[in-house]
Design a protein around this ligand. Structure first.
Ligand SMILES: [Zn+2]
Length: 322
């Protein structure tokens, strides 16, 4: 009996140790160690209207706490995302996305979280992730998507637009780059118009230490679960590196652009967690790949380490014409 007790205690202690090991990994290898100025932009804007425009529904994760805070301050916030490709119409993924987006709309208090019925791509496979800039014109439906964005801006009159970055698109996804560039193109084209409402574009990014930790350390750990399509892509293109490193070469950059500001999410972390819970199991599988161990710990432990959303801020009204 004594022996059995001893073994139970050993197994329990071992289990506890295993449970906390990922947290140690996150602490040592992923938690950002940079500091940026706290956001002072959002509090000073009179026109309290914002849009989140992203390629895919789950890309809104990076600005979800900021969006929740804006809604609590009386802002009118709506979110939009696109179909990845024409042949995905009515797929399970699309239906799951619509259901999850509705849950997120309620959770955050968004006016709407809507799938735009326009595919981003002409007919290239969605598994072709790192499309070079030079192939954007032949891959993406630039004119259509830009006119959709122009229309969204005209209807919603946002002072701020949240999106992903236009250099490497978070981990190197060209859909993200394309949508972000389309927003910038529209803004640059019509900013000279006095009635143009957009003042700021907030691009969700990670500080370099977090980006390298997630993309080059965690993803290697996680690569056993890499979807076959990405494995195939890596094999076909002869890449033995992470998607992120490959994208750095294709987009000629050192990684995501540096943040200009950080937005503290202390009291908002439970919404961030509930956002993650709102997705269908198939989406969660994908989310797990880029938000390490995000379902393993309570939000008040996990987000103590990841206590900020980081943004590169582009001031549209003050930009030079170049
Ligand atoms: Zn995405």
């Amino acid at each position: 009996m004594k022996k059995l007790k001893k073994w139970i205690i050993i197994v329990l202690l071992f289990g506890i140790l295993i449970y906390w090991l990922p947290l140690l990994f996150l602490k040592l290898d992923v938690q950002p160690d940079e500091n940026y100025p706290e956001d002072t932009y959002l509090d000073t804007i009179d026109n309290k209207s914002a849009l989140i425009i992203v390629a895919h529904h789950d890309d809104s994760y990076g600005s979800v706490a900021a969006a929740k805070w804006l809604c609590s301050q009386g802002w009118d916030v709506s979110a939009f995302y696109f179909k990845a490709a024409p042949f995905l119409k009515d797929s399970v993924r699309e239906v799951n996305g619509i259901n999850s987006a509705e849950k997120v709309r309620n959770l955050i208090g968004l006016r709407e979280f809507t799938l735009i019925d326009q595919p981003l791509r002409r007919d290239s496979p969605v598994s072709d992730i790192n499309v070079p800039y030079s192939e954007f014109a032949t891959t993406f439906r630039i004119d259509t998507i830009e006119s959709v964005i122009e229309n969204l801006i005209a209807v919603h009159q946002p002072s701020v637009i949240f999106t992903t970055d236009d250099i490497i698109g978070l981990y190197g996804h060209s859909d993200h780059v394309f949508v972000s560039r389309a927003i910038l193109n529209v803004s640059k084209r019509i900013k000279s118009n006095d009635a143009f409402p957009v003042q700021l574009i907030f691009q969700y990014v990670m500080p370099p230490s977090e980006a390298e930790g997630v993309m080059n350390k965690y993803l290697k750990l996680h690569s056993f679960g890499t979807p076959w399509r990405i494995r195939k892509l890596i094999r076909e293109r002869g890449f033995s590196e992470s998607i992120y490193n490959t994208a750095k070469k294709i987009y000629h950059c050192d990684g995501m652009p540096l943040p200009d500001i950080q937005f503290r999410i202390d009291t908002l972390s439970k919404y961030k967690r509930r956002f993650l819970e709102s997705w269908a199991p198939s989406e969660k599988k994908n989310i797990r790949r880029f938000i390490p161990f995000c379902y393993l710990y309570p939000h008040w432990i996990y987000f103590k380490m990841f206590n900020y959303e980081y943004f590169r801020v582009i001031e549209i009204q003050n930009q030079n014409d170049n």
